[in-house]
Ligand binder design. Sequence first.
Ligand SMILES: [Zn+2]
Length: 165
Amino acid sequence: MKMHCEKEEEVIRARAEGLLADNGEPASEGGAALREHVAACPICQEALFLAELFERDQRALGAQAPLPEADLVWWKAQLRARREAVRRAEAPVVFAEKAAWVTGALSAAGLAAWQWPAIRGWLALIASAPILGPHSEPLAALFVAGLVSTLVLAGVSLYLIWSEK
Ligand SMILES: [Zn+2]
């Protein structure tokens, strides 16, 4: 199938100059001949169709963004630069936050390991509470673990609520 027509460019140009407009006015001589050609040439029909689509697109874009091209490009660059700057400025804060979380978790783990005998004694103390039966150390550990995770969750929630403001 033929993909190109030697009259294609001429047809597009004629369309842009309004020579193909079928508005009842007698077309110019060249226009009439071209129109006849277009009626018989699918390649030129498609080219005209695409030209129309393109023009409609351009008009729609123009309506949405009335900024001239140069201003638009400049504005976009500014926006991108500002976003970059914010991201760069935030990076140390984000890093410090993460480091604080990791340090806190490591400290808690270290403290637990260091004070393990004391914690064991404490667990034993809880386990020996009258409401719990004998040999209920695992139960006590579970209770303490639940208490700790509740406190941690509460802390995280408070932090999230506070940081959103
Ligand atoms: Zn053609």
